[in-house]
Design a protein around this ligand. Structure first.
Ligand SMILES: O=P(O)(O)OC[C@H]1O[C@](O)(CO)[C@@H](O)[C@@H]1O
Length: 457
């Protein structure tokens, strides 16, 4: 029995799964409110943001009726992803929305929203992202101007300060009310640390320390092929893009099973970063990627984005392009970083994937073999954001002291999570931390006021 289709039972690849799956069946609970308050409100926002025609407005009304009345109905019409959804169904179609796993129902809602606005259907509405107006407004807002200007203070920081600044900025990036200034240096950073409920950043950087590429490469499966230099730094060996271009159509870039550049001791010098939101979260992710490639000598970074609009602001390839353009136009340090990233993209040191499973309603313990190979080819995978965390550890009511290493033991390589807490699931906390958080009387699990940095080697 799979992790995604059971309330109990062993997960694939030995993922532990003896905690109850989180549902939405308690009126007034956080998850119930997401389905009953946030989703109807989102349908209204989507209607207001784009001048849809009667057919799409009717479909949005039908979706609103369905989630209000309560029973999950199948997708209708021609579907390019019918086979996928048949394999991801897990028998929830026909159930009440509240009774399906929260992870599954929330994800299915986004797929139905795309169906309602005709996102996949041939015709004039095909490819019109219903969330684009929100993403655009955010990317071109003043807060992002400030963030980009703040990068000009970056060269004054030493590498250690940059490491810490970038990991914290990437962590807090999706907390809209926080404007974190890198130029504030060490003292500015200290102010962020109290909100951390777990901090494995030292472990993450110790793993990255050993990942400098030497120029050796497995490109095309031939370990004797040396990588080309990408950014002119002679101490940093560049990676060659994987030699096999005949890969699954859902992937952009080289063969996921083929490692890129190697470290001196023959390990993969590749890091995967699984993105979360676009705009003010993706920008610091890209700055972190540049730091890994340029200052830390990592041979190759694989950035995973969503293949279609999801959870409103989740990053897609178009958002990566928009962010790089935004950086170039900003000039200063942001412009320099943007140029280096463009070069890295051109030389294959920065690869982007948009795997279909990135929008699946299932935990990563259910990932398909090609994605598993992709993560296995990296020396570290960094998962960004709340939803990726839920999918990584399983969206279950774990005791919060359950070890992170235990619930992620199934993952095919070293893995880290950078997450602002915005939903109920959490693992890997110290008992004293949990006692103090509970004593605070605050909704610390869901309020976005706390963050965590967790890792296992
Ligand atoms: O953008 P993030 O960090 O993945 O957050 C998404 C989160 O928002 C919610 O949709 C609602 O809070 C959660 O259920 C979900 O995990």
């Amino acid at each position: 029995m799979a992790d995604g289709d059971s309330r109990k039972g062993p997960g694939r690849f030995g993922a532990p799964s003896d905690a109850p799956v989180i549902l939405s069946d308690v009126p007034g609970s956080f998850t119930w409110k997401v389905l009953h308050d946030r989703h109807p409100a989102l349908i209204q926002k989507v209607r207001d943001a784009t001048p849809y025609d009667p057919e799409r407005l009717r479909a949005l009304d039908l979706l609103l009726g369905e989630i209000t009345e309560g029973v999950i109905r199948p997708l209708e019409g021609a579907m390019h992803d019918r086979d996928l959804w048949e394999s991801w169904d897990r028998g929830h179609i026909g159930e009440r929305w509240d009774d399906a796993p929260f992870l599954w129902s929330e994800s299915y809602f986004y797929r139905k929203l795309l169906a309602a606005v005709g996102y996949f259907d041939p015709g004039p509405w095909q490819g019109i992202d219903p969330f684009e107006p929100f993403k655009q407004a955010e990317l071109f807002g003043e807060a992002v101007d400030d963030e980009l200007r703040a990068l000009d203070g970056f060269p004054a920081l030493d590498v250690g300060e940059r490491d810490q600044a970038l990991i914290l900025r990437a962590l807090w990036g999706n907390r809209a009310d926080l404007v974190f200034r890198i130029s504030a240096g060490g003292s500015g950073l200290a102010a962020q640390v109290p909100g951390l409920v777990a901090d494995d950043s030292a472990l993450i950087w110790s793993m990255i320390d050993g990942l400098s590429a030497t120029g050796g490469s497995l490109a095309g499966g031939n370990p004797a092929v040396g990588g080309g230099l990408a950014d002119g730094d002679p101490t940093v060996g560049g990676a060659l893009a994987g030699g096999d271009s005949t890969v699954d159509g859902s992937l952009v870039g080289g063969d996921p099973a083929v490692g890129g550049a190697l470290t001196a001791d023959g390990r993969s010098s590749r890091i995967c970063l699984v993105a979360d939101n676009a705009g003010s979260e993706l920008l610091p992710d890209l700055v972190l990627i540049d730091h890994l490639l340029h200052a830390r000598g990592v041979g190759e970074v694989v950035l995973h984005v969503k293949p279609s609009p999801y959870y409103v602001s989740d990053a897609m390839m178009a958002d990566v392009v928009a962010c790089l353009r935004r950086m170039s136009e900003a000039g200063g340090q942001a412009g320099e970083i943007g140029s280096r990233l463009r070069e890295a993209m051109g030389s294959g040191r920065l690869l982007v994937r948009a795997h279909v499973f990135s929008c699946a309603p299932l935990p990563y313990s259910e990932m398909p073999d090609d994605l598993r190979k992709d993560f296995a080819s990296a020396s570290l995978t960094i998962m960004k954001g709340d939803l990726n965390y839920r999918r990584l550890v399983g969206d279950r009511d774990w005791p919060p002291t359950t070890p992170f290493a235990e619930v992620t033991g199934y993952f095919p390589g070293p893995v880290a999570a950078l997450r602002t807490l915005k939903s109920e699931v959490v693992v890997g906390l110290g008992a004293e931390t949990v006692t103090a958080l509970e004593a605070s009387g605050q909704p610390w699990r869901v309020s976005g006021t706390h963050g965590l940095i967790q890792a296992r080697s």
